[in-house]
Design a protein around this ligand. Sequence first.
Ligand code: H79
Length: 432
Amino acid sequence: SPGHAAELLPESDVAHQQRMQWFTDAKFGLFIHYGVYSTLGGEWKGKPVPKYAEWIQRWGKITPEEYIPLSADFRPDALDADAWVKRAKEAGMKYMVITTKHHEGFCLWDSDQTEFDLGEGTEFDRDILGELKAACDKHGLGFGTYYSIIDWHHPSQRARQASNQTPMHDKEGYVNYMKAQLKELIEQYDPAVMWFDGDWANWWTMEDGVDLYNYLRELSPDMVINNRVAKRKQFKKDFGTPENFTPGAAMDHAWESCWTVNHSWGFKKSDTKWKSTEVLIQKLVDIVVKGGNLLLNVGPRADGSWPEMSIQQLEDMGRWTSAHAEALREAEFIALPEQPWGRVAQAKGSKPEKGSLFLYVFDWPKSGKLGLNGIRLGQADVSTFAGKVLAASHTKEGISIDLSSVEANDYATVLRVDYKTMSPQPVSTADH
Ligand code: H79
């Protein structure tokens, strides 16, 4: 309860590791930002509003009296849950996370706690979270729910939408509201991931987060919860959430980097900053070789259709992820110096006396020779994933691979190095 210095419920390292295994193996997931803001597409009174479209109420200075009636226009008639999940699956994604309640406070399920929601008694009487959960079960994806701690609709914070200097009112009442809603989500949809956001609110403390984490852990022993349940900078469980950046190296805990396919998270008509497939694939590789997941966001239109570009981006990614499933799924972090041409991972189960490396070539060396540096390998057989064997020679720095018979892939060309004996220390010149 508020005011208590809560402690996390105990969990052994083994239990934690077992609970997290599917998540760390997943590598790639779909993020969906979908809510009343989707009806505006980032425009208010005929003009684009700057910044993220899901923040339009704040940045467009829209009053609650103007904003609330917009929910009547939110009719996901064209939402095809099976098609959404299939697109994710074919892209190589293993789970999805949808904004069940963003900062605007609108709920995508029929909540007993509010009338600002979809479902029975509203214009649109369909259980879209139930449909998505069923599609995820059918296609073997994990179903996750995003839930914002900040709520601009709830009376406790309604005035804070216009200015976050306005004090929080009846925090205890709001925490009880959150707990009741989260219980509904767990009981109705049994989410594999609970993804919080808005932890930066000055009224939300570490103790509040720990208390909420314990509450959820008792309701759902296996659910994976992100670190924004508390204060993301201090809280490590269950996973870190770098947003719009990728850490420089592996971390000592699970993590997931979230990026969006353009600039805004929610659908924004004027947002044409679509990331190229090359950028997206290279992000995925950069994250995966450091032991993280990529949660890639799409912002559907209010009716549930997706921008054509996003459908295309996921299709293009799927071609690469299915051709290189092994180099995606079996990749494990290996501490090596940076390679100027791309990234390196070791295959799961590799040992110093025998194993494999995956090389992901982003920038094709003009010389036609690829230098894998900072490593000493005994008998290295280099091959492409088409089974072509490449000539390799040992150099002072590591090995040099002849690429003259290989055709470059647009996004990341993958090579496999099978070695007998490996020492991943920089080769010192004194050895020669
Ligand atoms: O849901 C998406 C975004 O809407 C949400 N997180 C992703 C996943 C997000 N909202 N804001 N941010 C991310 C960036 C953080 C902005 C902040 Fe601030 C800077 C929070 C506190 C300081 C400016 C001042 C915005 C609110 C107060």
